[in-house]
Design a protein around this ligand. Sequence first.
Ligand code: FAD
Length: 310
Amino acid sequence: MNTLLLVEHDNTAVADATLNAVTAAAKLGEVTALVAGSNCSAAAEAAAKIAGVAKVLKADDPAYANQLAENVAPLVAQLMQGYDAFVASATTTGKNLAPRVAALLDVAQISEILSVEGDNTFTRPIYAGNAIATVKSSDPKLVLTVRGTAFDKAAPEGGSASIEDVSGPGDTGLSTFVSQEIAQGGDRPELTSARVIVSGGRALKDADTFKELIMPLADKLGAGVGASRAAVDAGFVPNDYQVGQTGKIVAPEVYFAIGISGAIQHLAGMKDSKVIIAINKDEDAPIFQVADVGLVGDLFTILPELTQKL
Ligand code: FAD
C-alpha cells in the first residue's frame, strides 16, 4: 500500500509526533512524507533522514508557510491520486487537516488508530478509551490519524530518502494567517513528549497554590506540568496543560496525579502511563484504581515534604 504521510514541522525541524506517525504508516507499506511549507528545505532534509521514509515530497510555496489546513488539504487531495492511504498524527494540526482531506476524497476518516491489524483494519478507542473498536474500511482510499502514544518513534536519523518538488493549488483564499502565540513553558518539557509529568487537580485551590506546590516538584524531576480540566476551568493554569479526553493524550514513564479524582475523562488521557503515582486524601478516589503507587493523605502536607526530600 502506498502511503502519504503528513510531516509536521516549522519549516526547519520536524515535530516529534511525526516520528510516531512514521512507525504507524510503515506498517501499511512504503512511506512518502509530505513537507508542505515555505522555505522548508531544512524540514524536507530532516524528513528525508527519518528511518522508514522512502521518499519526501516538498511543496514549497508561500501559501503553505503556516500550513493552513484550508490550503494544504487540496494539495493532499491532489497528491492522493497516486496513493492508497493518507496518514497524519492525531495532533491539533492532523485533526484539523485529515477530515478536510477525507471530505475532498469522499471517504470516511478513521481517527486515532492504536494498531494496524491488516491493510484495511485498525483498532481505535471509543467511549473515551473505555472500549477498543476494531474497524475495517471498505473505502477505496484510507485517511487515518494516529495516536502517537500507541506507536514507538521512528529513528530521526539513518534514512536517506530522495526529495522531489511538487506543487499544488496554492492559496485557496479561505483563511489567512494572522498570528500565533506560543505558550512559554520555560525549560519544561512539552507534555506529549515528557518522560515525567506532574499533574494537579481542583484540590490545588488556586493558581498561586498550584504554582507554589506543583512547579517545585516538577522542577526537581525535570517534569512536564499537566492539570485536570477542573483545574484548567478554574484558571489555575492555561488550557494547553489539560490532560484527558478533551485535552492532551500522554503516556510518560511516570505520571503524578495530585489532588485529581480520576474521572474517566481524565483517565482517557493518561492511563497508558507506565507508572502512575496518585496523591489523594480520599482513599476511595477512582484514581487509585489505575495507580501503581498511591498515597492517601493531604497533599498540602505530603507535597512540600516530598519535594524537599527529593
Ligand atoms: P475533582 O473531581 O473535584 O477532584 C478533586 C480531588 O482532589 C478529589 O478526589 C479529592 O478527594 C482530592 N482532594 C481534595 N483535597 C485534597 C487534599 N487536600 N489533598 C489530597 N487530595 C485532595 N477532565 C479532565 O481532567 N480532562 C479532560 O480532558 C476532561 N474532558 C471532559 C470532557 C467531557 C465531555 C466532560 C463531561 C468532562 C470532562 N472532564 C475532563 C471533567 C471530568 O469529568 C472531571 O470533572 C474532572 O477531571 C475533575 O477534575 P479534578 O479531579 O481535578 O477535580
